[in-house]
Design a protein around this ligand. Sequence first.
Ligand SMILES: CC(C)(COP(=O)(O)OP(=O)(O)OC[C@H]1O[C@@H](n2cnc3c(N)ncnc32)[C@H](O)[C@@H]1OP(=O)(O)O)[C@@H](O)C(=O)NCCC(=O)NCCS
Length: 164
Amino acid sequence: MVTTSEPISVSVASFEDYSSIESAWWRLLADQQSLDFRGSTDELGSHVNTERVRRFIESRIRQGRMLVAKEQEELVGICTFSPDGFILDATVQVWEIADVWVEPHARRRGVATALVRQSEHECKMRGAAEVRLTVYAMNKEALGLYQSLGYDVSSYTLSRNLNP
Ligand SMILES: CC(C)(COP(=O)(O)OP(=O)(O)OC[C@H]1O[C@@H](n2cnc3c(N)ncnc32)[C@H](O)[C@@H]1OP(=O)(O)O)[C@@H](O)C(=O)NCCC(=O)NCCS
């Protein structure tokens, strides 16, 4: 467990955290909607399948690959980590950190820093030699975060709209 200078703790999520994680997850999707057109937050919407989201969150909790940040028992942030797709082919393991979300009222107090640092530790404990993550190019806040944590650009993802 990592403790920040504020009374905030970061730990591996349990199923007791499920409902607050799911609420945070929908806020994360709503927030990222302006950055990725696939992230509809309408539970009846055509882009996001609510049941798949729930199964995903459940699987991450079951695998011990979801972290929660709490302040006095209130959930203020989440993130996930998982092995990348090359794990079956390579002897060197690379894991991915994703879904970093901090509630707006808890930002700029080191919560994401604590979540990412704890994720790095959890990945290393599971055999990772390196961690990677993806940031939307327009996400200045997240770019600022990862630069502050020493992350370097290692690849570019290019996209082209096929339905202009
Ligand atoms: C990006 C995000 C996770 C940062 O969370 P946070 O808890 O506020 O981050 P921290 O307090 O640990 O910030 C650490 C450093 O990151 C940088 N940073 C964080 N927010 C920033 C911002 N809005 N603008 C510029 N730099 C920022 C700063 O260098 C900061 O250090 P400082 O506060 O001493 O200047 C949060 O804004 C968020 O949840 N955004 C919406 C979801 C999202 O974009 N997630 C990332 C997906 S890849």
